[in-house]
Design a protein around this ligand. Structure first.
Ligand SMILES: *Cc1c(COP(=O)(O)O)cnc(C)c1O
Length: 225
């Protein structure tokens, strides 16, 4: 997404969707959906998108999401909220109560705790397993070589509803091989949903089979750091 106008997130979204429609016509794949990443955005910037009918949103921090989304969802109960950032086990209870989808399942202890909390709260959220495709030591995610066993264990041992896979390729590396690797792991594990691609590389991700692209700055403009 080149040079998004900060002033008009809805227009940016329309342009992103148009580019995804064109990409899907070209590749013959169904069009990837957009997850609007609202981290650091105040509720006033999110509300107009809800008013305009957008319903799929992502946050990367449980605490921040808890400060904004309960009020927004009271007004728009059909909004769907995804957690795209790392989840600490001591926040699992809150995360389960708030989110519809957790995309950052990446270790057994968390799987175990989420399974217990789902039973306790009588609530099921959809889960994506995060894969550390670049095997970066500082990054969350299961190693590619450990993914199959981890997914099997989540399903068989804890009965978790694993729906898809998520990855964040290493900075400064070509993302395509990482997206292709995630797609391959998805295929061999029967997982149809792939959350991959952000503002800078979502069309590459879409061409490699992303079903969900996660867009923040391409919608709202560059985040302040
Ligand atoms: C912030 C974030 C995004 C969105 O990034 P942009 O480059 O602003 O589109 C996507 N995925 C995750 C996990 C994020 O933390």
């Amino acid at each position: 997404m080149s040079n998004p106008t900060i002033a008009d997130p809805a227009a940016n979204l329309k342009a992103i969707e148009a580019s995804l429609t064109a990409a899907s016509a070209e590749s013959g794949r169904s069009r990837a959906k957009v997850l609007i990443v609202t981290k650091t955005q105040p509720a006033e910037r999110i509300l107009p998108l809800l008013e305009a009918g957008w319903r799929r949103f992502g946050e990367n921090r449980v605490q921040e999401a808890m400060s904004k989304w309960p009020a927004l969802r009271a007004r728009y109960p059909s909004a769907e909220l995804h957690l795209v950032g790392p989840l600490q086990t001591n926040k699992a209870r809150d995360a389960l109560a708030l989110f519809d989808v957790i995309q950052s399942l990446d270790r057994e202890r968390l799987a175990q705790i989420l399974a217990g909390e789902m039973a306790r709260q009588g609530k099921r959220v959809r889960l994506y397993v995060q894969v550390n495709t670049g095997e970066e030591p500082q990054k969350a995610g299961v190693a590619p070589a450990a993914a199959d066993a981890f997914i099997a264990r989540c399903r068989d041992e804890w009965g978790l509803p694993i729906e898809g896979l998520m990855c964040i390729p290493p900075e400064g590396e070509a993302p395509a091989p990482h997206f292709a690797l995630l797609a391959k792991i998805g295929r061999r594990n029967g997982l149809a949903h792939l959350s991959m691609g952000m503002s800078g590389d979502y069309l590459i991700a879409a061409s490699l089979g992303a079903t969900l692209v996660r867009i923040g700055s391409g919608v709202f403009g560059a985040r302040e750091t």
